[in-house]
Design a protein around this ligand. Structure first.
Ligand code: ADP
Ligand code: MG
Length: 421
């Protein structure tokens, strides 16, 4: 099909009800429709799904979408089905299906009804599925959360490594990689692994101009410091991240004792309690959720006003993702991290039980966090540089939104000189 003949604005309205594309969506969709390998790097919430869903819906054949989480796939399939009168328009293919269901899925694909087929990477290793997919027209293969390919990403999945090999068996189909991980190292890995150095790359800016970044030295007064901060921000929603479940419980209790409405959230709590605490936060029955990093995936509360890291995160990538939950509505978002070298050592010790290769990557990622915490330069510039993005700390959007820029530190070198005089 000739992409020039399709009015993609009309299709956008028809299928999704939106009148405009968001960010780079239009360019991405045009690239996909022209059968090019395409690589999309956009922050979370940037609208990556639509980049492959729309071309899949309007092209002939079935698009295969590789996604790492069954829950994510189910959500997307339900969302697509709600846009159409045909249930068969989108399917999931995985090991949980019965024989009858598999027969139905195959029939819908063969008849041309199915436009999107969601698969987990491990399902694609099944010979039976690959043989079947070779026999039907495939429009393209989209690999969502493509950073799972890279050991430098925050969610490495060995099964993602085999994807290229399998896709090759499907014939000459375009590949679309999508990720919210912006580090150049991960991007290199993705392109290399999928063997698509020829891909047209679209990268959106990762700058979040409404977020204020601050690092404070962690002292034994951290708890009263956090309490003071929250009291100064009374009535606002916030998340406090801690490394351990024990710390989560302890901090939540300290806050409660001090008259702050807070609930704990971590994977050690039973599912019912977790769901209840999450709802309490979303419904604003409590102001603060104290959590391990188990909290946040898929949480879309637009008016989170602060994200506090009681302990340093394990990578700048995670820090960006976690702080990214603040100020989704474009309003104020204060990102405060407490830093002590003791915490770094704790994390290093924690990693020392892991395989050597993993350790080395872990240490390197952690060193970047240390450098971020200790820097005296614009924190926004530091983060964006880490993501391979140039930022002008004088004129860029949000340039004065960090502690280093607002209160420049006296340079350590300068102090030394004074002493020598
Ligand atoms: P990502 O995968 O990049 O994190 P999603 O694909 O989940 O982002 O999309 C985030 C949100 O943006 C969704 O609620 C989606 O409906 C919305 N969205 C996507 N494209 C548009 C658009 N063109 N106009 C308005 N909203 C959009
Ligand atoms: Mg997504």
């Amino acid at each position: 099909m000739n992409s020039n003949e399709i009015d993609i604005h009309k299709e956008l309205k028809k299928y999704f009800g939106f009148s405009q594309f968001k960010g780079l969506q239009e360019q991405v969709i045009k690239s996909i429709l022209s059968q090019k390998n395409t690589f999309v790097i956009m922050p979370t919430g940037g609208g990556k799904s639509l980049c492959y869903q729309l071309p899949a819906l309007i092209q002939e054949g079935t698009a295969i979408v590789v996604s790492p989480l069954i829950a994510l796939m189910k959500n997307q399939v339900d969302a697509i089905r709600s846009l159409s009168s045909e249930n068969g328009i989108a399917h999931v293919l995985n090991s949980s299906l019965t024989k009858t269901e598999i027969t139905q899925v195959k029939a819908d694909i063969s008849s041309g009804l199915t436009k999107l087929l969601y698969v987990a990477p491990e399902s694609l290793t099944k010979e039976e599925y690959v043989t079947f997919l070779r026999s039907v027209p495939i429009s393209f293969v989209a690999i969502d959360e493509a950073h799972c390919i890279s050991e430098w990403g925050h969610d490495f999945r060995p099964e993602y490594r085999n994807l290229k090999h399998i896709i090759k068996q499907l014939g000459d189909v375009p590949i679309i990689g999508l990720t919210a991980t912006a580090t150049p190292k991960v991007q290199e890995d993705i392109l290399k692994n999928l063997d698509m150095s020829d891909a047209t790359t679209f990268k959106a800016s990762f700058n979040r101009p409404n977020l204020y970044y601050e690092v404070r030295t962690k002292t034994k007064n951290i708890e009263s410091d956090i309490i003071r901060f929250i009291k100064q921000n009374k009535g606002k929603s916030g998340i406090i991240y801690c490394l351990s479940r024990k710390k989560v419980e302890a901090i939540a209790e300290v806050l409660q004792v001090n008259g702050i409405s807070a609930v704990p959230y971590h994977a050690g709590l039973d599912a019912k309690t977790r769901a209840k605490h999450q709802d309490m936060f979303l419904m604003e029955d409590v102001e603060v959720v104290v959590a391990t990093i188990a909290f946040g995936m898929g949480i879309d509360k637009p008016d989170v006003r602060f994200v506090i890291h009681h302990d340093i995160p394990k990578s700048l990538e995670s820090y960006y993702q976690e702080t990214g939950r603040a100020g989704r509505d474009g309003g104020e978002g204060h990102c405060l991290a407490y830093y002590s070298y003791k915490d770094v050592e704790k994390l290093e010790k924690f990693m020392s039980g892991k395989p050597v290769a993993e350790q080395e990557i872990g240490f390197a990622l952690l060193q970047e966090v240390v450098a971020y915490a200790e820097t005296s330069m614009s924190r926004r510039k530091f983060i964006l540089h880490y993501f391979g993005e140039e930022f002008d700390s004088a004129t860029g959007e949000g340039a004065d939104m960090d502690d280093n820029v607002r209160n420049p530190k006296v340079k350590v070198e300068a102090q030394k000189e004074v002493v020598q005089l």
